[in-house]
Write a protein that binds this ligand. Structure first.
Ligand SMILES: O=C(O)C1=C[C@@H](OP(=O)(O)O)[C@@H](O)[C@H](O)C1
Ligand SMILES: C=C(OP(=O)(O)O)C(=O)O
Length: 431
């Protein structure tokens, strides 16, 4: 089955007035793919409740099936039976999914047989060297042709020794999460030590630790930049997947751009998702934000749309949409702490500079971020570089700028397959 993406250009609709919408969102990509890994390596079967069904999560389900797990879908939930043992040989397609390319290789090392792993063309350029090196240090046999990148073959031997390993995870928190998620199955568990510039995406590491603990793992994260996971059996369990709060960014942002109101129901009161930071970030951009029984409601403030100065290291995946909002704001913005975005689906700093400036904007690349001065924008093609969040950024610009054409809109299916329908439904409330 091919889960590759292709798509057509999409005329991003201009908002005819203030939106006034309730926008329910599907499950979190990050939680779904963690739950799938933990379920496939557990001792019993699990139910993943209200998962995200998108390219990234289906790629994970396919990969785990290829290693011998049974992943089936009922109407609302996914059911995972780990099967007798993890087995190769297998060929795994990671697409462009960071969570699959970093979380799956440690599972492959537990399988008995060769597991060949590859992905989309750009996946071969995403940082993988530190996790390949770490897995080798923990006892894995990996043939990567000396590239330190995809494609490579994990020559699984049915188990992994584990132990202590030091790596530089400043390029991606997923390099650590991947090692931790499978570590209960390593003979000696793992002690992962980070050395280097700060690890980005701290909430995603907290999510990894929290979900491991929920599955019954013994995890010690009390020392900065050190994570210890003891060997032990994981429980099969029912996972409840929260709505994807990062995917709320563009919908909530539309309330700000149009001076309207958007509510995302089922917003968790407490969460490890980085998208929760939208509450503070959108408030800093002028929104009125309230969290209540109905969900999270964002209203475009009477003060308009303000520029944003923020360190986004912890919440880097919010950058494309925040940059689009910043390009429409009344004052300048400075977004920092996000050098690692150069290793995301595309070099997001370069892509945002090229595409917003292509519409007449003034965005400048910093060593670790972006400076954005609002300018009057005009229509044109907004290229998306196989990056779902570039589609979302283009849609936000299109709310206020006529004739923005978002190229290859289908690439948004990485995390939100029915994005254009949801966007249209929200805009239908704008009169
Ligand atoms: O672990 C995860 O689920 C993720 C971690 C982050 O990766 P980086 O640390 O590479 O930014 C984030 O950007 C990505 O969308 C999802
Ligand atoms: C960086 C992202 O994805 P990935 O999981 O592929 O790293 C993202 O969703 O913004």
């Amino acid at each position: 089955m091919s889960l590759s993406q292709s798509g057509h250009d999409w005329a991003a609709p201009v908002a005819r007035g203030p939106v006034d919408a309730v926008v329910p969102l599907p499950g979190s990509k990050s939680m779904t793919n963690r739950a799938l890994i933990l379920a496939a390596t557990a001792a019993g079967s699990s139910r993943v409740g209200r998962p995200l069904a998108s390219r990234d999560t289906r790629l994970m389900a396919h990969a785990l099936r290829a290693l011998g797990a049974d992943v089936s879908e009922d109407e609302r939930d996914w059911l995972v039976d780990p099967g007798e043992r993890l087995r190769g040989p297998a060929e795994i397609d990671v697409g462009l999914a960071g969570t699959v390319m970093r979380f799956l290789p440690p599972v492959a090392a537990l399988a008995d047989g060769d597991v060949a792993i590859d992905g989309d063309p750009h996946a071969r350029r995403r940082p993988m060297g530190p996790i390949i090196g770490a897995l080798r240090a923990l006892g894995a046999d990996i043939d990567d042709g000396g590239r330190g990148a995809l494609p490579f073959t994990v020559r699984g031997r049915g188990g992994l020794r584990g132990g202590t390993v030091t790596l530089d995870a400043s390029a991606s928190s997923q390099l650590i999460s991947g090692l931790l998620l499978s570590a209960p199955r390593f003979e000696r568990g793992v002690e992962v030590r980070h050395e280097g510039p700060p690890v980005p995406s701290a909430p995603h590491l907290a999510m990894t630790v929290a979900m491991l603990r929920e599955a019954g793992a013994d995890v010690d994260d009390s020392e900065p930049d050190v994570w210890r996971v003891a060997p032990g059996e994981l429980k099969g369990r029912d996972w409840h997947i929260e709505p994807d709060l990062s995917n709320a960014a563009q919908f909530l942002g539309a309330a700000l751009v149009t001076g309207g109101r958007v509510t995302v129901p089922d917003w968790p009161a407490e969460t490890t998702q980085p998208g929760d930071a939208l509450r503070g970030l959108l408030a800093a951009m002028g929104a009125e934000v309230s969290l209540g029984a109905d969900g999270l409601t964002v209203r475009g403030g009477s003060g308009g749309l303000r520029g944003l100065t923020a360190d986004l290291r912890d919440v880097g995946e919010l950058t494309p949409v925040l940059a689009a909002l910043a390009a429409l704001a009344e004052g300048p913005s400075r977004l920092t702490g996000i050098a690692h975005l150069r290793g995301h689906e595309t070099d997001r700093l370069a892509a945002l500079v090229a595409e917003i400036n292509g519409l007449g904007g003034d965005v400048r690349e910093l060593p670790d971020g972006l400076e954005i001065d609002p300018r009057p924008l005009h229509g044109g093609v907004f290229h998306t570089y196989d990056d779902h969040r570039m589609v979302m950024a283009g849609a936000v610009l299109g709310l206020a700028v006529p004739d923005v054409r978002v190229e290859n809109v289908g690439t948004v299916g990485k995390t939100l397959p029915d994005f254009t329908e949801r966007w249209g439904a929200m805009l239908a409330t704008a009169g």
